[in-house]
Design a binder for this molecule. Structure first.
Ligand code: AMP
Ligand code: ZN
Ligand code: ZN
Length: 404
């Protein structure tokens, strides 16, 4: 009898201990505001984001990876890898050998495992027994390697409904509750493209999203999570003005050679069929090299960390800031329908994003200069107390000074 009672006490104590450990398990919530340029925070129209900054960490700029496009950057944030190593080298690219295409508008391609390399945060955490959740993080719908909970992308879903999705996940019983959560909004990107980064419409989108952040803060406080959760608010890249007087029309050359290409302005990869064609196309492009740079694969600047990937073509075109490369001429005279774009050199100031953080892991009232988005993966590993994979491009030493 005594033995049984002792056994029961031991069992009860260990259940209690497990509960205590669980409740100490850190939480991380990453909110991505697509295309939110670093300086939008300086326009005096973001009181909620300001309050996060005043009680937490702010980096003046968050450096994207090259190309400064949405999918490559969101996937770098969750893998700590450059696109050449995680495989999502653009929002659209082809495998010339098979003719298959990856395109963000194609949900079958976006969910196909074969394009994605490296270990994502959700996979790593799940391997460590930690549940994860994503409300629309680009790249989170992959068939075999998705977060524990995820939603299929639908840009019409109201923003507050997305926030309620996060709150509901946080209200799950501890055993089912995710400890890493990802949330995505595209409003600043959409308005930045359509109306440009200095437009009233863009500023309205900034105010709109700031308001949603205030709502998120309020809801987190209501469920007593605001001070427990490590909240990171970031963007994938910035935005710059484009205009009709900065068009590089390469459609005649593309048509003349019938050359295969992938990507889209401002970064385009060309796939010449052989060395002779490569030389001829390179020569013609070099003659026209104004508003863009033409590289053969082995002359691309090392700081792009871009050319190791097998699906990249032999020629790379990169437009200068504000220039637009046209590859297909539909009308006789091309007119842009948009006023802003991104994707350019990831060192340009206009391409830089935001980084704000608040929570038990982070310093308070701390402002730093630049952070790199590839270092967020090791940062989250450190906060969640899991060992990171051996081979990543991110470096914890470049970011751990923002932690307490
Ligand atoms: P871009 O400006 O071309 O780099 O891409 C931004 C666009 O990606 C946004 O306008 C979204 O509509 C789209 N997008 C964002 N997340 C997803 C997703 N998970 N699946 C498909 N498209 C997405
Ligand atoms: Zn984006
Ligand atoms: Zn965009």
């Amino acid at each position: 009898m005594l033995k049984k009672i002792i056994l029961l006490i031991i069992v009860l104590l260990s259940v209690d201990a497990a509960r205590a450990v669980d409740s100490e398990k850190p939480y991380v919530l990453i909110v991505s505001l697509d295309g939110f340029r670093w300086d939008y925070l300086n326009r005096g129209i973001t009181p909620a984001l300001k309050s996060i900054e005043e009680n937490g960490v702010r980096a003046l700029i968050l450096q994207p990876v090259f190309p400064s496009k949405t999918f490559p950057n969101h996937y770098s944030i969750v893998t700590g890898l450059y696109p050449q190593n995680h495989g999502i080298i653009h929002n659209r690219f082809i495998d010339v050998k098979t003719g298959e295409m990856y395109r963000l508008g194609d949900s079958t391609a976006v969910r196909d495992d074969k394009w994605y390399h490296g270990v994502s945060l959700w996979t790593l955490l799940q391997q460590n027994g930690i549940k994860t959740a994503s409300y629309f993080w680009p790249g989170s719908e992959v068939h075999k390697a998705h977060p524990t909970y995820f939603k299929k992308f639908d840009k019409t879903i109201p923003r507050e409904q997305r926030i309620e999705g996060i709150i509901n996940w946080l209200k799950l019983p501890e055993k089912e509750r995710p400890h890493l959560l990802l949330l995505y909004f595209c409003d600043t990107d959409t308005k930045g493209h359509h109306f440009g980064p200095d437009s009233k419409e863009l500023n309205d989108a900034v105010k709109f999203l700031d308001n949603k952040i205030a709502y998120l803060q309020k809801r987190l406080k209501e469920i007593d999570m605001f001070n427990k959760i490590n909240l990171i608010i970031l963007s994938d890249h910035g935005m710059t003005k484009i205009s009709n007087d900065r068009i590089v029309d390469l459609s005649p050359i593309i048509e003349k050679y019938g050359i295969e290409y992938s990507g889209s302005s401002p970064v385009v990869s060309l796939y010449p069929k052989n060395e002779i064609e490569k030389k001829a196309v390179m020569n013609e492009l070099k003659d026209k090299e104004r508003g863009f740079t033409v590289y053969s694969k082995n002359s691309v600047p090392g700081y792009y960390h871009y050319t190791e990937y097998k699906l990249l073509g032999d020629i790379l075109l990169v437009a200068e800031k504000g220039y637009t490369i046209i590859l297909k001429q539909k009308a006789r005279r091309f007119r842009l329908t948009k006023k802003g774009n991104h994707g350019y050199d990831n060192h340009l100031l206009d391409m830089q994003g935001i980084f704000l953080a608040h929570g038990p892991a982070f310093k308070r009232k701390y402002i730093t200069g630049q952070l790199r988005n590839i270092d967020i993966f090791p940062l989250v590993c450190r906060i969640m107390k899991v060992s990171q994979p051996q081979k990543i491009d991110g470096n914890i030493n470049c970011i751990d000074f923002i932690l307490r």
